[in-house]
Design a protein around this ligand. Structure first.
Ligand SMILES: [Fe+2]
Length: 364
């Protein structure tokens, strides 16, 4: 199957007459190198000899078969090199060596045709194996590269969508990114792992996506909204949830859109959920959203300082906000004001939820 000119057979046998016997039996078109011991074999390997196959002759007394074989298989250079073991006629070790990884075991006396055919079989199998492994690594690398591009592309689409939302409402430029980042700060302080933080980040970016379905006139109205306009605004969580429900792989992302205007006391909208009936992600986004709204410049009300917004959050713990999440947010804001921590830019940090191995249990 493959050229024998490039094949090197390394034969380890301490018995000189057996070496001679093997030399005579192996077909002349093979390159054979004979050594008397494992030490000599390893010295040869250090000189960059790369055999296609090792023939290990165990037909001599006092040899520690298992140790010798194990050393050969644990050598980093040799671990994938097939080993054929030649055993005495009366040895009962055939099954044992096959079990621990010998490519083949040949019982003596050696017959020329059988020996050469079995060497052929082992070398051919090894070539096919090596070829498949090389191909597999090559496909894996190109898949990883394609996956990396897809992750960047997906993140760019989500970012573009969040920019489109913010562009609709002139008063909320950059709001979605800030809400995503604040929500992540809170979730991180609550001890959630990177995978969860990434879901919260994406949910934060898209929490107001339903505003795409609300008229610009209502969204951009500088003054107080009338009842009808308020009803239109209150539709955006439902519209957003419908838009994001098509992301079936990560359903938690749509939760942020649907329930970020619910209140802990049950007086929010659109579903009037109360306490922990409201899923965790929207409970976190709700605080982040309120903090950004309070500290941003809007025409219809005065911009609050971070300290004032912190007090407002604490004042509304247990009514508007989940008390635990509100207190954690207040602590983060306090540390941010004092310079102890700064809010991180997480835009490029996440990749795991787009990984094929993402944890479905998270989304149950
Ligand atoms: Fe909203």
């Amino acid at each position: 199957m493959f050229s024998k000119d490039t094949q090197i057979l390394l034969c380890i046998s301490s018995n000189v007459s057996e070496q001679e016997n093997i030399r005579n039996l192996i077909n002349g078109d093979r390159n054979c190198v004979f050594v008397k011991s494992e030490r000599e074999a390893l010295a040869l390997l250090k000189s960059r000899l790369r055999p296609s196959l090792i023939l290990l002759d165990l037909d001599y007394p006092g040899n520690d078969y298992f140790t010798l074989f194990s050393r050969l298989k644990s050598d980093p250079v040799l671990e994938n090199t097939p080993v054929i073991i030649l055993i005495p006629e009366d040895s009962g070790k055939e099954a044992f060596f096959l079990t621990i990884g010998a490519a083949d075991v040949i019982r003596k006396p050696l017959a020329q045709e059988v020996l050469n055919r079995r060497i052929d079989n082992v070398i051919n199998s090894q070539y096919v194996n090596d070829y498949l492994i090389t191909k597999m690594y090559s496909y894996r690398d190109s898949l990883a590269e394609e996956h990396k591009k897809l992750v960047i592309y997906t993140k760019q689409i989500i970012k573009s969508l969040s920019s489109a939302i913010d562009a609709k409402d002139t008063y909320t430029n950059g709001h979605s990114v800030r809400v995503a980042e604040y929500a992540c700060e809170i979730a991180e302080a609550m001890g959630y792992d990177d995978k969860m933080l990434e879901i919260i980040y994406q949910a934060g970016l898209l929490h107001d996506i339903g505003k795409i379905g609300v008229s610009d006139t209502v969204l951009r109205k500088p003054g107080e909204l009338n009842e009808k306009e308020m009803a239109a605004i209150r539709q955006h969580p439902i519209i957003g949830h419908e838009i994001l429900s098509s992301i079936t792989e990560i359903p938690l992302i749509s939760y942020g859109a649907r329930w970020h205007h619910e209140r802990y006391d049950g007086k929010g909208y659109p579903d009037g959920l109360k306490g922990e009936e409201i899923p965790l992600i929207p409970r976190i986004i709700c605080v982040a959203d309120a903090y950004d709204a309070m500290t941003s410049n809007r025409s219809y009300r005065r911009q609050l300082s971070p300290l004032e917004a912190r007090e407002e959050i604490l004042r509304n713990c247990g009514t508007q906000f989940d008390p635990e999440i509100g207190k954690i947010a207040a602590s983060i804001i306090e540390k941010n004001i004092s310079g102890e921590i700064s809010f991180k830019n997480r835009e490029t940090t996440f990749t795991s939820i787009f990984s094929p191995s993402n944890n479905k249990a998270l989304y149950a």
